[in-house]
Design a protein. Structure first.
Length: 428
């Protein structure tokens, strides 16, 4: 380095990432070919994905104050610059003589500049700049050596709190408030609730007006928190669906956001349709008969299916079995000695809850299936119904009752039940 040089140009390359927005990062320059020109890289830190942060600063609207102290002779200088751009990297032509310097960098918005407006004295006060700034950073640089240094711009360290102002919408889906309650809140790193929870029962699937009063407002110490939404099933408080996100409270900044809530609830699957049945008689000496059931699968979130059978007591007349199949199921007297109960899929086999024997032969009740065959006691009247079974603690679908007017299943050797009947008479 040419020590005889009276003046050195320190090109400050300011890298703005988080506080000025999540921008694509590029590699900073390490200097120019002229060894007398130095590059000081300033960064606000790494960007954070999937987070709730303050709105980006418009860096082109900030004024940058460089409070420079020569650590050799303790002289002080203040250089002030603005930037006409809002890019990731900003260049400032700081002119300094060869020496050893401490540099305080203060970025002020219009309100901050107003606090120190006028002819700012050469004998400046770093404390005034610190109190008025939005971002600040500090570094020492030795221009007598071939040296570069990185500086992290951080938010105003004198202000320890930031504000949160949040509104919400469900982003195209509708919260079923008859079945679920919803609340939101913020927890610290230890998992403790900070402030109060807020009820979200009034949230709709339409984004609120930006000028609307925030549903959630708080003033918090700067730091990292967890923002959460809990959807709780009203008829089963143990069924809680939780959506979380990181929220970064920045000193002297307000987070104004409209948050799109995710649908993470296990909803009841759609009910099957076109539930039909067919049977094949055995010889008169057999006490069993194969019955095949078929249906249309209309769900995309079912765990599987459940088929129930109700054996009608011999004391009930055919006239007691009306077109109100749901009402009949609840009112008819079951024959406790017959096959009565349900089939559900359990891993590779069937989970059966029947009064007597009855078991699966082929097909499946797992998700996406549309046919299953069971071996049942013959010679009795049965009602049959099917429903989709939900995942986790989701409700099952509504029951769908067998419809003999749809005909048989088309399986070889099977024939339809009497379409005029409302029950199965297995093995007439």
């Amino acid at each position: 380095m040419k020590k005889a040089c009276n003046c050195l140009l320190l090109a400050l390359l300011v890298q703005l990432v988080v506080s000025c927005g999540n921008l694509n990062q590029a590699e900073p320059s390490n200097g120019y070919s002229d060894s007398t020109i130095k590059t000081l890289t300033i960064t606000t830190g790494a960007s954070v994905a999937r987070s709730i942060t303050a709105e980006r600063l418009d860096c082109s609207s900030l004024t940058y104050y460089f409070a420079i102290t020569n650590l050799i002779n303790n002289s002080k200088d203040l250089q002030v610059y603005t930037s006409a751009t809002d890019e990731v990297f900003l260049d400032f032509p700081i002119e300094l003589e060869s020496g050893y310097y401490r540099i305080g960098i203060y970025a002020l918005d219009a309100a901050g500049v107003a606090k120190i407006s006028g002819d700012y004295p050469t004998d400046f006060n770093d404390g005034d700049l610190e109190a008025a700034c939005v971002l600040s950073g500090r570094a020492t640089v030795d221009l007598r050596q071939d040296e570069t240094v990185d500086v992290a711009l951080t938010t105003n360290r004198l202000v320890q709190t930031g504000n949160v102002a949040l509104n919400f919408y469900t982003n195209g889906w509708t919260l079923d408030t008859a079945k679920f309650s919803a609340v939101c809140g913020i927890k610290n790193k230890a998992g403790a609730l900070i402030g109060n929870e807020v009820n979200l029962s009034g949230v709709t699937n339409v984004p609120p007006d930006p000028s609307a009063v925030p549903l959630y407002s708080a003033t918090l110490q700067q730091g990292t928190y967890t923002f959460y939404v809990n959807y709780t099933k009203k008829n089963d408080s143990s069924a809680v669906y939780t959506w979380t996100d990181s929220i970064f409270i920045t000193s002297n900044r307000t987070i104004r956001k409209t948050v799109a809530l995710s649908d993470i609830i296990d909803h009841a699957p759609a009910a099957p349709s076109a539930f039909k049945a067919a049977y094949q008689d055995f010889d008169s000496s057999s006490v069993w008969c194969y019955v095949n059931f078929a249906w249309n699968d209309n769900a995309n979130n079912e765990l599987g299916f459940e088929i129930e059978l109700l054996a009608v007591s011999a004391g009930q007349s055919d006239g007691d079995i009306t077109s109100d199949m749901a009402g009949c199921w609840d009112s008819l007297t079951p024959d406790g000695s017959k096959v009565t109960g349900s089939f559900t899929q359990n891993g590779g086999g069937y989970s059966q809850s029947f009064d007597q024997s009855g078991y699966g032969v082929d097909g499946s009740l797992l998700k996406n299936s549309q046919s299953a065959t069971f071996k049942l006691s013959r010679g009795y009247r049965y009602l049959a119904r099917i429903r989709s079974v939900g995942t986790f603690k989701a409700d099952p679908s509504d029951w769908v009752y067998v419809d003999f007017t749809l005909g048989g299943t088309g399986k070889t050797g099977y024939s339809a039940f009497d379409p005029a009947a409302r029950y199965m008479k297995v093995g007439d």
